[in-house]
Ligand binder design. Structure first.
Ligand SMILES: O=C(O)CCc1cccc(O)c1O
Ligand SMILES: [Fe+2]
Length: 313
């Protein structure tokens, strides 16, 4: 039974700071194509790899990656709050299989996910989706991060296991390409920010609104040409997407955290979700990238890319 993949950038500024209609229409048309791709594939299960931005996972216990055998959306940036339709049995089997492979994955029976996982699901399945899924948190902002090889091995381990289930499984990878939005960082946190990075769950509506306002302002400034932000890097993004299109997933092992940050900005680590997704797809043999799109969108503060791929029969 074939596996299918779609990897896509996210940006909470979609629908808030929108680019020129010609760009927005092109992105929306691509989303329509991706949705058709998913409907045609008709997944029985969806595995979604995505990051968190200190809305659901904090430094009180920061795992490198964590499989959610239960999950709830925190509802940031207008995403729907509440429980996710997690296939607990499938998720627990994945945890066992990955541990058996010698990868010390964390498990959560109630993984809190933010727009990093909720936004692509809503884009793909609509607001109130009920199709079974397994969310996998991939640490991309809580530095320090381990080597890229580990995320590839995690993806491959998950890929081998789902391959053995003989089900139509859709693999989703969520994250921006090059981008550097104002996400707080441990190494420069004031005591007040540090407290939020350790224990920031259920912020007051005022605090959440203030954080979001800061990101919206940054997006506006970025779009207006403020160069104090690290710029979107289309060459870097093309290199990333070409690597996946060329089925060269293991080349990502040599990408260092430093290299990714210098060329792609701090949030470029979200590409780890794409690595996990393509690694999972690659375990069943060769795959074909059926579509790819890319726009550098200043208003959304990110290189915005999407790819779809299927296993070759
Ligand atoms: O709310 C936040 O902390 C960061 C929001 C954010 C902005 C642009 C692109 C992203 O991928 C992203 O996640
Ligand atoms: Fe993000």
């Amino acid at each position: 039974m074939p596996l299918a993949l779609c990897t896509l950038s996210h940006s909470p500024l979609y629908g808030i700071n929108d680019p020129d209609p010609s760009v927005l229409n092109a992105v929306d048309a691509a989303f329509d194509r991706v949705r058709t791709f998913v409907e045609d594939f008709d997944p029985e299960l969806t595995i979604v790899f995505g990051p968190d931005h200190y809305n659901g996972v904090f430094y009180d216990m920061m795992p490198a990656f964590c499989i959610g055998s239960g999950a709830r959306a925190v509802g940031d940036w207008g995403t729907e709050p509440g429980p996710l339709p997690v296939d607990r049995t499938a998720a627990r089997r994945l945890v066992s299989a990955v541990l058996d492979d010698g990868i010390d994955v964390a498990q959560s029976e109630e993984l809190h996910v933010d727009h990093g996982i909720a936004q692509p699901l809503e884009f793909l399945f609509g607001k109130r989706y009920s199709n079974p899924l397994v969310p996998v948190f991939v640490n991309a902002v809580g530095l320090p991060l381990g080597p890229m090889q580990r995320i590839r091995l995690l993806g491959e381990s998950i890929g081998r296991e789902i391959e053995s289930w003989n089900k139509r499984v859709l693999i989703v990878g969520s994250g921006g390409l090059s981008h550097d939005p104002p996400v707080p960082r441990l190494d420069e946190a004031t005591p007040e920010v540090l407290a939020r990075l350790i224990d920031g769950r259920n912020p007051s509506p005022e605090l959440r609104a203030e954080r979001q306002r800061r990101v919206i302002e940054a997006g506006k400034a970025h779009a207006a040409g403020d160069t104090s932000f690290q710029q979107i890097n289309p060459d870097f993004d093309a290199r990333i997407m070409n690597t996946f299109a060329d089925s060269a997933v293991s080349e990502t092992d040599s990408w260092t955290t430093d290299w990714m940050e210098k060329n792609g900005g701090h949030s470029a680590h979200e590409i780890r979700s794409w690595v996990a997704a393509f690694a999972a797809l690659s375990t069943g043999g060769s795959y074909t990238v059926t579509n790819r799109w890319y726009w550098p969108v200043q208003e959304w503060m990110t290189g915005f890319g999407m790819m779809t791929a299927i296993q070759e029969a």
